[in-house]
Ligand binder design. Structure first.
Ligand code: MN3
Length: 249
């Protein structure tokens, strides 16, 4: 009886977690409008553990198929979070006093395992946040003004970002960052590095990150990374990027 109760409790706990991750199919899309009116939490630090997705695996079909989303979230990204948790224990990181962002800034002092999986976890959490089923299609307000000031136009910005993603050799991420001079900069990093890392050539606060590892697009796009990037603009979460921008300037 005791076991049954425990199982039932676990079942309920797991079901409600799964509900957050996969329950939001097209039938409940209207409610996404509320969920995506982000509170200040969008610009807060990224926790050390994996958060539930705020949309279902199927909800980004305009750019990414459901199977890719499911494998990416439950296998690849989960593995980074799990391996990061192991490295934190092994290398005695005090996660209460050190944010993940602060850990990235001194990652050269730690192992390759911590660098690869800490970066992997951070990058994916930001990547999930960077997407929404109800994209506005382009930025607005102060973010749009800053993009136009630093890149000439929104179209010029997109072209430069596309090229950063297309030209990253092998696996990595393309980024829009805001640097110490409060200027917007586009670049890319290899593997699971990111612009917060002291080892990174590209430095700044990441506002938008695009995963260009083959695992992010191969099922639908095979070798056609450019087509994946082109479709990805359909699901960019400009509201979240605006919030990260507001917090950084
Ligand atoms: Mn990935």
């Amino acid at each position: 009886m005791k076991n049954e109760n425990t199982s039932r409790r676990n079942f309920i706990a797991n079901t409600s977690k799964a509900g957050l991750a996969i329950g939001l199919t097209a039938t409940v899309l209207p409610s996404l409008a509320n969920r995506f009116s982000f509170s200040s939490s969008a610009a807060d630090g990224i926790p050390y553990s994996q958060r539930p997705l705020l949309y279902g695996y199927k909800d980004l079909e305009a750019a990414i198929d459901a199977m890719t989303m499911e494998i990416h979230y439950t296998k690849h990204a989960k593995a980074y979070a799990t391996n990061l948790a192991e490295a934190i224990v092994a290398e005695k990181v005090d996660t209460k006093s050190t944010s993940l962002e602060a850990l990235m800034a001194k990652v050269s002092k730690y192992s390759a395992k911590l660098r690869n999986n800490g970066g992997g976890h951070f990058n994916h959490e930001l990547f999930w946040q960077s997407m929404t089923p109800i994209s506005t299609g382009k930025p607005a307000g102060k973010l749009l003004s800053a993009i136009e000031k630093d890149f000439g136009s929104f179209e010029a910005f997109k072209t430069q970002f596309d090229n950063a993603g297309k030209n990253r050799f092998g696996s990595g991420f393309a980024w829009l960052v805001i640097n110490n001079d409060k200027k917007l900069v586009i670049g890319s990093t290899p593997n699971q590095d990111n612009p917060l890392m002291d080892v990174s050539e590209l430095k700044g606060t990441p506002l938008l990150g695009l995963d260009v590892w083959e695992h992010a697009y191969y099922l639908r796009y095979q070798n056609k990374r450019a087509d994946y990037i082109n479709a990805w603009w359909n699901v960019v979460n400009w509201e979240m990027i605006q919030q990260r921008f507001d917090a950084a300037v």
